[in-house]
Ligand binder design. Sequence first.
Ligand SMILES: Nc1ncnc2c1ncn2[C@@H]1O[C@H](COP(=O)(O)OP(=O)(O)O)[C@@H](O)[C@H]1O
Ligand SMILES: [Mg+2]
Length: 458
Amino acid sequence: MAMHIGTILRSPTLFAIHILGIKPFPYQAEILEDDSEQIVIVAGRQSGKSMTLAIKALWTAFVKPNEDILILAPTQKQAQIIYDVIYGMISKSDLFKGHIKKFTMSETIFDNESHIRCLTVGKSGTFARGYSATMLIFDEAAFIPEEVFVSLEPAFAVRGKQMILSSTPYGKRGFFWQIYSQHLLNKDSKTKVHRFKSEENRILKKDFLIQERQRMTEVQFRQEYEAEFIDEVGLYFPIELVMRCAQDYEYGFPTEKEEGTRLIVGVDVARVGEDETAFVVVQKVPDGISKVIYAETHSQFKITDTAQFILRWLNTYSIDMVFIDMTGVGAGVVDILEQNFSHKVKGITFTAQSKSDMYSSIKIAMETNKLVVNRADTKFLYQFSGFTGKYDITGKLRITKSEIEHDDLVDALALTFSDDALYNVMPISNFNDYLNADKSKEDIAKWEVLKWTGDNTW
Ligand SMILES: Nc1ncnc2c1ncn2[C@@H]1O[C@H](COP(=O)(O)OP(=O)(O)O)[C@@H](O)[C@H]1O
Ligand SMILES: [Mg+2]
């Protein structure tokens, strides 16, 4: 029996099933039917958040007149992903034909004067001036800086009806956490929290989650797939610190190398049959800023695949150095590459101590604003929370090996810091020169503290 179209359009869930051909999971249906003024979605990766937001935005725009729906994501790429889902839904169904006034790659306007737009938050400040939204949707909200929410307040103040913040948790920090935790305390009636784990997505393969659980540390898994705001006490790289280094830019090699910069590649080679091989490329100004300009992981890469991969880069770009973890099978990769590029390839044998030293180089670079990571690479950002530091009886910080061995991207990044040892190391004897040089008091204080706690590379 065919359902009456009026009935279908009254419910976003029925709209999804009968018009879009998507059967929402129960927790998705709850969000779709929720008309609370403020909705907070705290859920694991791959649980169907973006899909839910897309359906909700489309239903609202199509069914209700004069809606101005603005979807915001931390990066252009993420904003585009969600808009593309909406675009696809509209293109696939005949229902929308004849009801569209404007249909572009970034904006849809229906004949009822309702708009849907997707933007990266980078552009929201300028866009929001003189604009008024009825519905604001933030995807990956934990990665959106607080200023963005503040700058959009006026845009929402006049006609705003519903605001949705959706994200996988990323630390007890930032606006997303504030809104969520305030609600826990006050239980205000205008806010509704929806919370679910990734395993509730029925189409997600069970094997995938089992694999991820093995690949990640306990802390990481709880955060990313069980949607927990983890307790950050003991995290070696505090999430706030990581986010301070995160900027918005596109990954890619420079077409021409900037003067005074070095291009350094770090490769963490996977053990046979396990793990992922990670490649991280850093643009470094000696004594200055290190910027991660590219990062990529591959599973099931053989030694020859890895060597081929690096060879292609060496032949294409003006790379200064490649550092390869040769603790395990990586030695084979180094052997192959040394045949033609011995001056540019260096194998590094990790010891617990050298690894710790490299991690603390990363941390110092973060604390002194000398590391830039890509805000869009959430896989990379999340890996930093896999590290817990413990102080041993002598007061020296030790990072426990068992907990860190699966953090391939951070390991690859750590390898790029070997370049300092070759190129711009600051020997202990120069420490006094450093202090006497033209540095701010805060800088000096920081270095002194670092020296004291033994939390440093020297
Ligand atoms: N109700 C559903 N039915 C079928 N597939 C779904 C459903 N919801 C989500 N998916 C699929 O599950 C995957 C993860 O969804 P997505 O919305 O991208 O998750 P998240 O934004 O939480 O990471 C996508 O491939 C998406 O198409
Ligand atoms: Mg998503």
